[in-house]
Design a protein around this ligand. Structure first.
Ligand code: PXP
Length: 236
């Protein structure tokens, strides 16, 4: 199973100050050395974290398997066609949302999304559809020729107890249905070290994309050393 690390929130910290650091690209070699197989970055319409120059530099990194997340807008499709990342994940995007809140409505936008899948596939980008584990959305993704689906685990992550178990079954059934149709199955959103193991036990899921919890964990795993380094500079 591949781990794709979403580096958006490294850019979030940079954008909060308008500085040049932390540079999300500096995270790439660290993530790859630690076992990640790919890097995910979401170029949002409002450019709240990843900027155009980030995605351009990521796309130019030799040998990097870049998964560009984006809304299926004309602007984003043109950027993706030009940069040709290894993969692209189409997500729904609302300006006012804090994060990607629901899955893509492939059923409702079948023609438009079929066109986007065809355009990006034609330039060699592997396209995935970020969808909720709903049979109709899985079937529609297959019908429009998407080779990959990414199952939205955000609802699963936000639930607990019996409700979470029900959502887990939906993800498991969705993964089996999709794989049976020849789709590659990924999953992501809201995953933490606590809720990831159950998702890992679903055999059809080949990739997880995780960002927020990795960046959050990294803060506390690295904070002590950062303070030690500043104290050392002050004492010197
Ligand atoms: N997959 C998709 C399609 C996403 O939109 C996101 C969030 O940008 C993720 C995975 C990662 O979610 P999280 O940051 O909660 O780990």
């Amino acid at each position: 199973m591949n781990l794709g690390v979403n580096i958006d929130h490294i850019a979030t910290i940079r954008q909060a100050r308008g500085t040049s650091y932390p540079d999300p690209l500096d995270a790439v070699p660290l993530c790859l050395a630690a076992g990640a197989g790919s890097i995910t970055a979401h170029l949002r319409e409002d450019r709240r974290h990843i900027q155009d120059h980030d995605i351009e530099r990521l796309a130019a990194m030799d040998g990097l398997h870049l998964n560009m997340e984006m809304g299926a807008t004309d602007e984003m499709v043109r950027i993706c066609e030009r940069l040709r990342p290894a993969a692209c994940c189409l997500v729904p995007e609302k300006r006012e949302e804090l994060t990607t809140e629901g899955g893509l409505d492939v059923v409702g936008h079948q023609r438009r999304l079929a066109d986007v899948v065809a355009r990006l596939s034609a330039v060699g980008v592997r396209v995935s559809m970020f969808i909720d584990p709903i049979e109709a959305q899985i079937r529609a993704s297959s019908e429009i020729g998407a080779p990959v689906i990414e199952l939205h685990t955000g609802h699963y992550a936000n639930l607990c107890g019996a409700e979470q178990a029900v959502e887990l079954v939906a993800i498991r059934d969705g993964a089996a249905l999709a794989a049976g149709m020849g789709l590659m199955v990924h999953a992501g959103h809201g995953l933490t070290v606590e809720n990831t193991p159950a998702i890992c036990r679903i055999p059809e899921i080949e990739e997880l994309n995780i960002g927020h919890a990795i960046v959050a964990d990294a803060l506390f795993k690295g904070l002590k050393q950062a303070v030690i380094d500043f104290r050392a500079v002050m004492i010197r």
